[in-house]
Design a protein around this ligand. Structure first.
Ligand SMILES: C[S@@+](CC[C@H](N)C(=O)[O-])C[C@H]1O[C@@H](n2cnc3c(N)ncnc32)[C@H](O)[C@@H]1O
Length: 252
């Protein structure tokens, strides 16, 4: 074999689901994340966070404590505390130092007494059994693969108390919608272009397109949650551009 026939060793591609990879990605994005997410989703992310809270199958969370998983900079807290001002405590968990610092430094000072942080990979964290009366999570599902979704379902079932509730939402691939090609064009072409031109980014937001199309929708997570014995309702939002799972852990 001549040297030109020899196969070129290919560089191993990064595991985009490795916690270290995701942490670095969000550390780099943290400064621009809030604005980027609000403007380029045309405000839909705020609406979907509200709908996620509304999907919690409970009227009253007075005195309750629970988790915000993949909390970012606490984007859901205003939406959670507005209808449920008497929540006792929200424990936010996020792997990214950047997101976590920003949440601490700039935002939510007036609600700080209700919030505590755990900076950790949620799937590796040792959250105690039956330690939550509610779990919420917004836009943190797409950076998990199938086996990580299974682990997230196990964690949800383990840390909720019987009778207690959860709701999670994620941007999704609106399969079957006639405007899907336009939506995917926005996600995969327009967003990265805007990032390059206006945000001088390192194409980090380009990854969102890849994660979102790999994720598909939250129906897989719904199955894993049901397999853990939870009662789950699955819902599509705005033609499937986001999907959510919400439900309850039955009494033993
Ligand atoms: C797209 S942001 C969502 C932030 C926020 N919840 C919102 O509504 O915008 C996803 C967040 O998930 C966090 N994250 C990703 N993988 C994680 C993991 N394994 N453990 C904890 N946090 C994780 C990232 O650091 C990032 O802050």
């Amino acid at each position: 074999m001549t040297s030109s026939d020899a196969p070129t060793p290919s560089k191993p591609s990064a595991d985009i689901y490795a916690p270290g990879f995701v942490k670095d990605l969000f550390d780099r994005c943290s400064g621009r994340y809030r604005l980027f997410s609000l403007v380029l989703s045309f405000g839909f992310t705020e609406r979907w966070r509200r709908q996620c809270v509304a999907a919690l199958p409970i009227e009253n969370l007075a005195g309750a404590s629970g988790y915000d998983l993949m909390a970012g900079t606490g984007e859901i807290w205003p939406h959670l505390l507005k209808p449920h001002p008497d929540i006792d405590k929200i424990t936010a968990i996020d792997i990214s130092t950047g997101m976590h610092r920003r949440a601490l430094a700039r935002l939510h000072r007036h609600r700080a007494h209700k919030i505590s942080f755990i900076e950790d990979d949620v799937l590796a964290s040792r959250l105690p059994d039956a330690s939550a009366e509610f779990i919420v999570s917004t836009f943190g599902l797409k950076t998990f693969n199938e086996s990580q979704h299974r682990a997230l379902a196990k964690l949800t079932a383990r840390v909720l108390k019987p009778g207690d509730v959860f709701a999670m939402i994620e941007a999704s691939d609106p399969k079957g919608w006639f405007l899907r090609p336009l939506y995917l064009f926005h996600l995969k072409r327009v967003l990265p272009l805007i990032e390059r031109v206006f945000l001088r980014g390192a194409q980090d937001f380009t990854m969102i397109g890849a994660y979102s199309t790999n994720f598909g929708d939250a129906s897989g997570l719904a199955s894993h949650l049901r397999a853990e014995g939870l009662t789950v309702s699955y819902r599509r939002h705005f033609f499937g551009c986001a999907t959510s799972v919400a439900g309850i852990k039955g009494e033993d």
